[in-house]
Design a protein around this ligand. Structure first.
Ligand code: E4P
Length: 218
């Protein structure tokens, strides 16, 4: 499964990219607002695109089709890694179709149902982003949606990649893999949690203690 980092924090992006652990980045307007201060978000987008070797989702903020298209084209022109992110609305689906036909890659975001995901695939989306954590927040079953979309996409041979989003903890990541999501976008804190295990720490401590007794060097 591809791992994307869900952040606009360049420090975190470089840390994960330098470790060779991520395949791309997703941003959204809220994540950019957290780090931008007075800076032009487009500068930040360019820095992010240069920092990774993979797709970087950059979201439009217009609501009507012509604004989405104009913003989408500008975002796509920032860098070859840019993927235009559009919301799953009627205008967003139309924008997706048009941008894809112009040769751009599109991530359709804010997906909460399998019918929405089906339409995004028909609109030629490169990625569909079902928001697992936000469904769980309202006592739904976020991972059930990933399972449904996987089945529908496989039934009909859609090439749209399922990008599990709104990931809150490592169990979400495990479930996304089990459900056959193509990609999962993960906040930095969750990414680093994935590498931790108390038995690893305990085992390492014991190995080093035993080695110390030898008084030897490698
Ligand atoms: C996806 O692309 C979004 O940026 C993100 O996963 C939203 O997650 P949240 O529900 O934690 O805000």
């Amino acid at each position: 499964m591809k791992i994307f980092l869900d952040t606009a924090d360049l420090g975190e992006i470089r840390r994960a990219a330098d470790a060779g652990l991520i395949d791309g980045i997703t941003t959204n307007p809220s994540l950019v607002a957290k780090v931008a201060g007075k800076r032009d978000p487009k500068e930040i987008y360019l820095e992010i695109c240069k920092a990774v070797n993979g797709p970087v989702s950059l979201e439009v903020v217009g609501l009507d089709l012509s604004t989405m298209l104009a913003e989408g084209r500008k975002l796509a022109a920032i860098h070859e890694n840019a993927v235009v992110k559009v919301p799953l609305t009627e205008a967003g689906l139309k924008a997706c179709k048009a941008l894809v036909s112009e040769g751009h890659r599109v991530n359709v975001t804010l997906c909460f149902s399998v019918t929405q995901a089906h339409l995004a695939a028909k609109a030629g989306a490169t990625y569909i982003s079902p928001f697992v954590g936000r469904i769980d927040d309202i006592a739904g079953e976020g991972m059930g949606l990933i399972h449904q979309i996987r089945q529908v996409y496989d039934n009909y041979g859609f090439a749209t990649e399922i990008l599990a989003a709104s990931i809150r903890h490592p169990v979400h990541v495990v479930e996304a893999m089990m459900m056959g999501a193509d990609c999962c976008t993960i906040p930095p804190s969750v990414l680093w949690q994935l590498s931790k295990h108390p038995l690893t720490d305990k085992g390492l401590e014991a190995f080093l203690k035993d080695w110390e007794g030898l008084g030897a060097k490698i």
